[in-house]
Design a protein around this ligand. Structure first.
Ligand SMILES: Cc1ncc(COP(=O)(O)O)c(C=O)c1O
Length: 425
């Protein structure tokens, strides 16, 4: 069965203009490609704000901590903070960007399974809202910084609850066999609570879990909430953090719970267990993924009779490594003919020197894709730009935010000079 690109995979303000071309935020995708070049990330600002507001509505003001690893630049940090979200930063670099955006340190939660001494020093000196402590070694480092006279940080302890989320093994994090957190099953979690409670170097606020990313099964979240509630209730601590991980639909036929439905699952499970602590969550993907499309230019159409057609674009694994990393699926469409039936099949590939540099295997595409066409892949707002690289010294794409007919360049395209910025010769 062939389909045109479903509107449900496009950002909230996507509309088809009278000439059949696609507009987002009142801006023509073809004009954006013309003005800013390709590859280009186009984010619908209204969509971003809608998802932030949905999350705040579900969980309450400042009970939503945006996981910046999904997509971070100063404009995104400011937008999330303006909408009443706090920020989850997982490295000194993410903290630096958040602070540079003007987000106060006490709106930032500091994560990471292997925070260095200097990252912890940075976080404690800046006065982050809380540190999510991941290991006994990290506790040793916090003790030693306390010895240097740094302020005592608020901490929550990351617990691995022994819940195996249904997702790709690289992004499942809640099972016992994990590099993250204190294991609940073997007693480490309770030992960590006892140590944190007894320490002068930290102030224990609560416990945290994050079972994985791109999880669709509401039952996985409910199970984790129940396991964490059973552990947390007797501790009688003020905070319970239930992580992020809500999946999103990337391809035709996929369906994910909404943020509001996710909120009900988690909050109902906690209420049923009798949790009285403040409950917060850390969504990343579900806030930003479907807010963006990536625009590419087609450079080569290679037909191999009797075998297949390859359509090569001017980006690839350097702006979207997810297909290579996880075998993730995407869709593609032609912004100049957004409602065209996609009757053809081709491998959509990038420009990198690897046969594995594939964006979409057997992509459904309209007929008549030609060199010079602008192609778009939707749902590229999460873990694309943020996981991108300079492989083959390809410069990172620009990012524009669009709203009300106005495009705002928020990250400029890298230049060849940027490629040499750290190269001392
Ligand atoms: C601790 C933690 N919180 C939140 C997130 C965000 O997850 P997602 O983008 O799937 O919502 C992650 C992602 O890996 C994470 O490790």
């Amino acid at each position: 069965m062939t389909t045109s690109i479903p509107l449900g995979l496009l950002p909230d303000t996507a509309t088809i203009a009278a000439d059949g071309s696609l507009e987002i935020g009142g801006c023509s995708l073809l004009e954006l490609a013309d003005t800013y070049g390709t590859p280009l990330f186009v984010y619908d600002e209204t969509h971003l704000r809608n998802r932030c507001r949905e999350a705040v509505e579900a969980f309450g003001y400042q009970n939503v901590v945006y996981a910046t690893k999904a997509f971070l630049c100063k404009a995104m940090a400011k937008l999330a903070y303006e909408e009443g979200l706090l920020l989850d930063v997982a490295t000194g670099g993410e903290l630096h960007v958040a602070l540079s955006a003007g987000v106060p340190a006490d709106a930032c939660t500091f994560h990471g399974n292997n925070k260095s001494l200097s990252e912890l020093r940075m976080a404690m000196t800046a006065g982050v809202r809380q540190i999510v402590v991941d290991s006994f070694d990290e506790m040793d480092r916090i003790d030693s910084l306390h010895g240097e006279g740094l302020p005592v940080p608020n901490v929550v302890l990351r617990i691995t609850p022994g819940v195996h989320a249904h997702t790709h093994e690289f992004i499942a994090t809640g099972q016992d066999d994990s590099k993250f957190g204190f294991n609940l099953g073997n007693g480490d979690a309770m030992r960590a609570v006892e140590r944190a409670r007894a320490a002068d170097s930290m102030h224990l606020l609560g416990v945290h879990c994050h079972i994985g990313s791109n999880v669709f099964a509401a039952s996985n979240f409910a199970k984790a909430a129940e396991v964490m509630a059973s552990f947390a209730i007797p501790l009688d601590l003020p905070e319970l953090v239930l992580g992020g991980g809500l999946g999103v639909a990337y391809t035709v036929g996929e369906e994910a719970p909404t943020i509001s439905q996710w909120g009900s699952v988690l909050l109902d499970a906690c209420a049923a267990m009798g949790v009285r602590s403040r409950i917060s969550v850390e969504p990343g993907r579900s806030i930003v993924a479907s807010a963006a499309v990536t625009l590419y230019s087609v450079g080569t159409v290679k037909e191999i009779p009797g075998i297949r057609t390859y359509i090569a674009v001017d980006g690839g694994m350097s702006d979207n490594p997810r297909p290579v990393l996880y075998g993730s699926g995407y869709e593609a469409f032609l912004p100049r003919a957004a409602s065209s039936e996609r009757t053809e099949t081709a491998h959509l590939v990038g420009k990198h020197c690897e046969s594995g540099d594939v964006l979409i295997l057997d992509a459904a595409l309209p007929s008549g894709v030609v060199v010079g066409d602008v192609l778009a892949t939707p749902v590229t707002g999460a873990y694309g730009h943020s996981m991108g690289s300079n492989y083959n010294k390809v410069t990172r794409p620009a990012v524009v935010f669009v709203a009300d007919g106005v495009a705002r360049l928020v990250v400029r395209r890298e230049t060849f000079e940027d490629l040499l910025a750290c190269d001392l010769g």
